[in-house]
Design a protein around this ligand. Structure first.
Ligand code: T3D
Length: 262
């Protein structure tokens, strides 16, 4: 079976596994399209309330499949702007615009666009043996898949520049210390922890979580006053959900809430 992305749906969690382990889950056109279809499905189906993204084998993803970029087999120089626009950028936009939690379980090395796709996710767990590599500078490229944006926001210019220019591997525990990911966990606990949280969030107040994502992503674009207006509007929406009524009722009845995601 040569599916480049494996998809499961359980307890409201869409499990998405990048599946080209022999190539360290590097991206070819098939894998791009399959990942995009899975993310689009998460947008379209109300019973999907969280996404869990991981990789098969020993890597999360080694970024672009460089076998598909062999200059010795090309007659012209490639237009990589076009490939970003056609393949990487739609995926990045789908992850960021999905108003449901997207959790990454980084099971091994995440290099190039592979690292930056992980950083685009909402909550990133990484196995302690995993490392993140901004491999681009080794081959003369710039950090793409949102990396020059997400690294700078999370780390500030000094660390973002050094990671990008040196391509030095960043180990999972340091990525956690630096605030680039949520948690580095023991390798054997990775999937248990990440899927445990995905399942918990999939049973959460999906609308409220989605509005929370929207607000936090917009925060750095706004001044406080503009953002207070946005919080007002989002809270108005959250306050009208069935889940809010359920949350307060459950609190008053001293029981656990049962959220329906609307
Ligand atoms: O082109 C565009 O559309 C623009 C977009 C660009 C986005 C990008 O992501 S550019 C960056 C591309 N990625 C890289 O430059 C990373 C290349 N890979 C590595 O540096 C290393 O493989 C790793 C640090 C990720 C892992 O090292 P290691 O020593 O654990 O494994 P390895 O032996 O290097 O790799 C194992 C196999 O996977 C090997 O194949 P083989 O020899 O066993 O048949 C290797 O060639 C293959 N592999 C690893 N990464 C890629 C790859 N094959 C194709 N493309 C790869 N990116």
């Amino acid at each position: 079976d040569n599916q480049t992305v494996l998809v499961t749906l359980k307890d409201g969690v869409l499990g998405v596994t990048l599946n080209r382990p022999d190539k360290l889950n590097s991206f070819n056109v098939d894998m791009h399209l399959a990942l995009r279809a899975a993310l689009q499905r998460a947008h379209d189906e109300a019973d999907i309330r969280a996404v869990l993204l991981t990789g098969a084998g020993r890597a999360f993803s080694a970024g672009q499949d460089l076998g598909d970029r062999d200059p010795r087999k090309m007659t012209e120089k490639p237009d990589l702007g076009e490939t970003l626009e056609t393949y990487y950028n739609p995926t990045l936009r789908l992850i960021r615009s999905l108003e449901k939690p997207v959790i990454a379980a980084v099971n091994g090395v995440a290099a190039g666009a592979g690292a930056n796709i992980a950083f685009a996710c909402d909550i990133v767990f990484a196995a302690k043996s995993a490392k993140f590599i901004q491999a681009f500078s080794k081959i003369g490229l710039i950090p793409d898949a949102g990396g020059s944006w997400s690294l700078t926001r999370a780390l500030g210019e000094p660390r973002a520049k050094a990671l990008a220019m040196t391509a030095e591997p960043l180990i999972a525990e340091k990525a956690e210390d630096w605030g680039l990911i949520w948690k580095a966990v023991e390798d054997e606990k990775l999937m248990e922890e990440a899927s445990g949280l995905a399942t918990r969030l999939a049973g959460g107040p999906t609308k409220g979580l989605g509005l929370t994502k929207r607000l936090i992503q917009a925060a750095s674009e706004h001044d406080l006053s503009t953002h207070l207006d946005m919080e007002r509007d989002c809270q108005r929406e959250a306050g009208r959900t069935d889940d809010y009524a359920e949350g307060v009722t459950a609190f008053l009845e001293k029981r656990a809430p049962v959220f329906k995601g609307k």
